[in-house]
Design a protein around this ligand. Structure first.
Ligand code: AGP
Length: 625
């Protein structure tokens, strides 16, 4: 998702737009562009790099105007080239458009426009949209955008201006976020409301296929037929006391966000789970006790890290609330056309609330009759708007592309949900529910303890970070933890890694084990402990060094599978490298196990000299290709 900031008023638009785009720079954009309307012309400046590159360009090629649009994005054609940057101009240079998202039929539109005599300068869909708006423009910019939108398919947000409408700015969206900011004698456009928070805290959140006409004096909202739309302004919440973009003493956002976990867990628990003796309150669910008793099946659907959180949540829900749970990778769900049984509910999990695959999966399930509950971090997202109930995790802004604190809070929220369902349905021993609540209330302290052991994790990382391959293994509820640990490692350190069930790994992948790789095995106390110890014995015999995670005081795991008779150069003869976990109930152990796994990935990546916060080829929110 790209960043758009637009301005109309009496101040200089370039400055306001660049300041807004600067707020989005943590996303790692490498292309930036600005356009203004001045003296009857559209003027454009584009640059590769960060907003500072634009500052520099403007010193040699100044840009002025009180009506302007700024845009920043990642280059998607390999090497960044200023020619690909938005805003794009129509062929007669009278219209400028900044586009975020995807116009699925842009090739077809391009061909039609080319056949009608239009010449394009770039391969960008933004240029196609600018041209489309131009073909419909007869002095009314809003009408031209509406007509263009009717021909466009996909998920996008856009801002447009015209040399011949110098007092107007137009914004429109379909499925991607866009707000218009309300000022006094000036107005704004933003794809991320926080990028204009320094200018105004009142915005209109545009709905799908809605268009905003901005003049210095005011804002009019309409649908594509230009029928007025009434909407209450939304007040942008105050940012957290500490600026989320301030890294403090940490070198990377990932490290900072790992360390924020005790605090954000307290935020997430607040008002929901306050005492082991009180029922859990999950107001956002929007479900009566009868609704909860009527649920027959839960489909968990999400992507990446959020999917792993869903696996933990589903495991607990099935164990505690005795509801049949299925897991569907969101990216695969719509094409599988799953059967949704009566009484089904689906749980979508997403940090951003905008991940396209997750949104499409939830829409598919909703259209088949499932109640949609989402577990989200970002507020006012598309998924939130389309859900029947939303549980916010309250992680605050997560800037590191590798998700850390959001994962832990997703697991915590889903754990509370499983306990709540079990309480209402009367499916679990009240004493077990009480002790699990007590343990969840203690998780901030457990995490603090784990963070104080960071040096031990770092020492283990030091021993193995230069190996090219890894396996992360777990069983039961910690199979998902192993998969999450593996994902964290691969996306930050670029070490090839696989997350597997320690049982399933014996059905083939074990053939890969050799001394040049390492295995991380989660063997915390619990139902699957004995099986894990047995698996460790088998794995050790394959000569791959093992990093074992076990509960404080465990005496079996450090030497599980060690062969004292083996040659000293053979890893089989060496005790396992240990990462120790404070004792927790097995159902709470995924939260504890995650902290050292995050730190292991972080330190291995750091030791390899990787950038960590903005891994190659990754974006914080994955939109359509
Ligand atoms: C996590 O570290 C990832 N980079 C990624 O897997 C992410 O969790 C996934 O894309 C889902 O994002 P969402 O939570 O914003 O929907």
């Amino acid at each position: 998702m790209c960043g758009i900031v637009g301005y109309i008023g009496s101040r200089q638009a370039p400055e306001i737009c660049i300041n807004g785009l600067r707020q989005l720079q943590y996303r790692g954009y490498d292309l930036i562009g600005l356009a203004t309307v001045q003296d009857g012309q559209v003027h454009v400046r584009t640059a590769t790099g960060k907003p500072e590159a634009m500052d520099q360009l403007l010193t040699s090629e100044p840009l002025t105007g009180t009506l302007g649009i700024g845009h920043s994005t990642w280059s998607d054609q390999g090497k960044a080239s200023a020619q690909d940057a938005h805003p794009h101009l129509s062929s007669n240079h009278r219209i400028a458009v900044a586009l975020s998202g995807t116009v699925e039929n842009h090739q077809e539109l391009r061909e039609n426009l080319t056949a009608a005599g239009c010449e394009f300068r770039s391969q960008s869909a933004g240029e196609v949209v600018a041209q489309l708006v131009q073909t419909h423009y007869e002095g009314d910019l809003r009408a031209a955008v509406c007509r263009a939108m009717e021909q466009m398919q996909g998920r996008f947000a856009l801002a447009a201006m015209a040399a011949d409408s110098p007092d107007e700015l137009v914004a429109a969206r379909r499925f991607l976020p866009l707000v218009v900011g309300i000022g006094q004698g000036e107005q704004y456009i933003a794809t991320d409301m926080y990028s204009i928070r320094d200018e105004t805290d009142r915005v209109y959140v545009l709905g799908d296929d809605e268009v905003a006409l901005l003049t210095a004096e005011g804002i009019e909202l309409t649908d594509l037929q230009m029928k007025p739309v009434q909407r209450e302004p939304f007040v942008i919440p105050q940012p957290a006391a500490a600026d989320p973009k301030d890294k403090g003493d940490h070198r990377h956002y990932m490290h900072k966000e790992i360390y924020e976990q005790p605090d954000v867990i307290r935020n997430c628990l607040a008002g929901r789970l306050t005492s082991p003796d009180l029922p859990i309150q999950l107001d956002g669910l929007n479900m009566t006790e009868q609704d909860i008793r009527d649920v027959r099946q839960i489909i968990f659907s999400a992507c990446g890290t959020a999917n792993h959180a869903g696996m933990v949540g589903g495991y607990l829900m099935e164990k505690l609330a005795r509801i049949s749970c299925v897991f569907e990778l969101a990216a695969e769900l719509p094409s599988r056309d799953p059967v949704v049984l009566p009484g089904s509910m689906c749980v979508g999990i997403s940090q951003s609330g905008e991940t396209n695959d997750t949104l499409m999966a939830l829409r598919d399930l909703k259209s088949k009759g499932a109640r949609v509950i989402s577990v989200l971090n970002a507020e006012d997202s598309t998924i939130a708007r389309e859900s029947d109930g939303v549980l916010y995790i309250h992680a605050g802004k997560e800037i590191g592309v590798a998700s850390t604190k959001a994962y832990t809070l997703q697991v915590l929220t889903l754990s509370m949900m499983a306990l709540h369902f079990a309480e209402v349905r009367g499916t679990a021993d009240p004493e077990l529910i009480r002790s699990l609540k007590k343990e969840l209330l203690l998780t901030p302290a457990v995490i603090q303890q784990l963070l104080s052991r960071e040096d031990e994790v770092k020492a283990v990382a030091q021993k193995h970070y230069d190996k090219p391959d890894a396996f992360f293994l777990g069983r039961g509820v910690n199979m998902a933890s192993a998969m999450e640990g593996s994902l964290k490692l691969k996306e930050t350190s670029y070490i090839h890694s696989e997350g597997y069930s320690a049982g399933e790994v014996r059905h083939g992948p074990v053939a890969l084990l050799q001394p040049s790789m390492f295995v991380v095995a989660i063997a915390a106390q619990g139902e699957v402990y004995d099986m894990m110890v047995a698996n460790l014995g088998g794995l050790k015999g394959r000569s791959a060094p093992i990093i074992a995670m076990a509960t404080d005081g465990d005496t079996q795991v450090p030497t599980a599978g060690v062969d004292p008779a083996a040659d000293a150069s053979d890893p089989t003869s060496q005790p396992n490298d240990m990462i120790w976990l404070p004792p927790t109930h097995e159902f709470v152990s995924p939260i504890a196990a995650t902290i050292p796994l995050q730190l292991l990935a972080y330190h291995m990546a750091d030791m390899k000299g990787e950038g960590i916060d903005q891994p190659r080829h990754l974006t914080k929110t994955v939109m359509p290709e």
